[in-house]
Design a protein around this ligand. Structure first.
Ligand SMILES: [Zn+2]
Length: 324
């Protein structure tokens, strides 16, 4: 399936991406499932690691279709970093197909996962509907979905990002003992920067009046942000972008907005703007900009690393709410 021509294409992509020049110097070949984990890995690994990213800037890992090059990258990897919590639906099949011997590390290990709101909602519906409904195989139209019991977007809490970074440092130490002192020092320095970022974020949220803290995004990507920092997010789509919002979901959200008085509405960099544009038109709430939910921006964008992403999201929300 992965013929030599495809391997050649992969090699030239690496060259174009600027990875090949450092390949000989790197001690560890690392595959990161998506851009945010890749940024953490770069901060921990520095020059000792060569990183390939499967789902790149502005990419949507929920619905990602792997390419042959991805299997080739996995096959040659020493360490594979994944979010877990069923964020990367494509990953287990890809790992199996690649035959990789790399250690596969779930970087959310040790966080306190939040239950997916959708899951709680379904549990209530099932209780109300009783057993007959379930026996009839009624599945709320959710057949074929891969998202799970927990909200996977744990990186939207800076405290969790610190856990991601520690797990990455541990994984690198395990795979490259000679570099462990470097990985530990790099991760400590980066975690100190995250601590400063968190102080900044909390101050920015405190500056928003309590009655203006409800905002709308397109999917439920900000549950951990809400839990940690106290803004309230509502969205027509659930914790995965896999299922498009139905007309009923949108109507329900518009109805909810009339009661809850959302202060701002935002596009997301990974999703189609159409739905948010429609809700903006129907509610009269002006679009306050784009939030980076599940991916970084490209290098030239405003959110090309995690710290910039977080700062940009908070500044964008604060400006939209206070300006409204
Ligand atoms: Zn998401």
């Amino acid at each position: 399936m992965f013929n030599t021509l495809r391997f050649a294409t992969y090699a030239s992509l690496l060259t174009l991406g600027g990875f090949a020049s450092s390949a000989s110097a790197a001690e560890l070949k690392v595959v990161a499932s998506f851009s945010i984990i890749a940024d953490f890995a770069k901060n921990v690994g520095g020059d000792r690691v060569e990183i390939s990213t499967l789902v790149g800037p502005d990419g949507d890992a929920h619905v990602y279709e792997p390419r042959p090059a991805d299997a080739a990258a996995l096959e040659g990897a020493d360490v594979v970093l994944v979010n877990g919590l069923q964020f990367e639906g494509f990953m287990s099949r890809l790992i199996e197909a690649s035959g990789t011997k790399a250690s596969v590390v779930e970087v959310t290990k040790g966080i306190e996962p939040l239950k997916s709101a959708e899951e709680e909602h379904e549990a209530v519906e099932k209780t109300e509907a009783g057993h007959d409904h379930e026996e009839a195989g009624h599945d709320h139209g959710h057949e074929g979905h891969h998202h799970g019991e927990f909200d996977p977007h744990a990186w939207q809490s800076i405290h969790n990002a610190e856990i991601y970074v520690k797990n990455i440092a541990d994984a690198f130490c395990e795979a490259d003992k000679a570099g462990c002192a470097t990985y530990t020092a790099n991760s400590e320095a980066y975690i100190a920067r995250l601590g400063k970022l968190e102080t900044e974020v909390k101050a920015a949220i405190e500056a928003i009046p309590a009655d203006k803290r409800t905002v709308i995004t397109s999917h439920d990507a900000f549950g951990y942000f809400e839990h940690e920092y106290g803004l309230r997010f509502i969205a027509p789509e659930g914790i995965s972008t896999e299922a498009e919002a139905s007309a009923a979901d949108v109507a329900k959200l518009i109805d909810q907005v009339k009661h809850d008085k959302a202060s701002a509405i935002f596009l997301e960099n990974i999703t189609n703007p159409r739905l948010i544009e429609q809700i903006s038109t129907e509610t009269g709430i002006r679009i306050g900009g784009t939030l980076y939910s599940d991916a970084l921006s490209g290098r030239e964008g405003p959110a090309s690393n995690y710290i910039d992403m977080f700062r940009y999201n908070v500044n964008t929300m604060q400006a939209a709410i206070l300006g409204s």
